[in-house]
Design a protein around this ligand. Structure first.
Ligand code: GLN
Length: 234
């Protein structure tokens, strides 16, 4: 194939509670349709994250226990992950992964788990409550609608340079207050949507792949890839 992309499945062995691995399968499937070879590897505890090695990072959701372990380990990867993001690397971060890319997450037991602050959001706790259910949002820049399912106790508030992935039409989203769901920063897509969100929302997968291809192959003519119709046609 003419193009290739490499995915880092960050803490893929610990943060995969809702079948988030499915997102990588979807990326691979769509990449192949685009004539792009896509491979992935898990980078987990005590392993180095090399920002020059990857085009896309997928960071899944998880429970507070796993997050408390990762909160410590990820500090050693903080600079490399921040460099990757600032250098326009593509990231898909879900739930617990989304929370740990920000400044901190307050767990259900009140413990403050530090994130890496690569993005400017923070996540507070709800009082004995979780947001659970279907969510529908609209990306106000593209008009695309995204569908997902949320299950989180954390409530996230966006910071500098971040815009929401979408406006909440149904469900709770980031915090149940400001009608925002998820975050976009540079080529980073964050969301509370569970499981293989990219299977239900091929448009997001396409943005991630096209952004990664444009970064890796700045001189290539990617028009055929961008023209690819995703969604029901598959
Ligand atoms: N443990 C976090 C919370 O409850 C994240 C949950 C998740 O990844 N779905 O908010």
């Amino acid at each position: 194939m003419a193009y290739s992309l490499k995915v880092c499945h960050l803490y893929g062995d610990l943060m995969n509670t809702y079948g988030d691995l499915g997102n990588i399968l979807v990326l691979k499937y769509l990449a192949n349709k685009m004539g792009v070879e896509l491979t992935s590897e898990v980078i987990s505890l005590d392993q180095k994250f090399d920002p020059d090695k990857y085009d896309i990072v997928v960071f899944g959701g998880g429970q507070d226990f796993e997050q408390s372990i990762i909160s410590k380990d990820i500090q050693s990867k903080k600079q490399a992950l921040t460099d990757f993001i600032e250098d326009n690397g593509s990231v898909v971060a879900i739930c617990g992964g989304y929370q740990l890319l920000g400044h901190y997450y307050i767990g259900a037991n009140g413990e403050k788990l530090m994130g890496i602050g690569a993005l400017d959001h923070y996540t507070d706790k709800q009082k004995d409550h979780r947001f659970i259910g279907n969510v529908v949002i609209e990306n106000e820049e593209t008009g695309e609608k995204y569908h997902g399912f949320e299950n989180h106790q954390g409530i996230t508030f966006l910071g500098k340079g971040e815009r929401p992935l979408g406006k909440v039409l149904e469900g709770h989203g980031n915090n149940g207050q400001d009608k925002t769901e998820g975050a976009i920063y540079k080529n980073v897509y964050c969301t509370y949507f569970h499981g293989p969100i990219l299977a239900r929302n091929n448009d997001i997968a396409k943005h991630v792949l096209v952004n990664a291809l444009k970064r890796k192959y700045p001189d290539a003519d990617l028009e055929p890839q961008e023209e690819l119709k995703v969604g029901a046609t598959f």
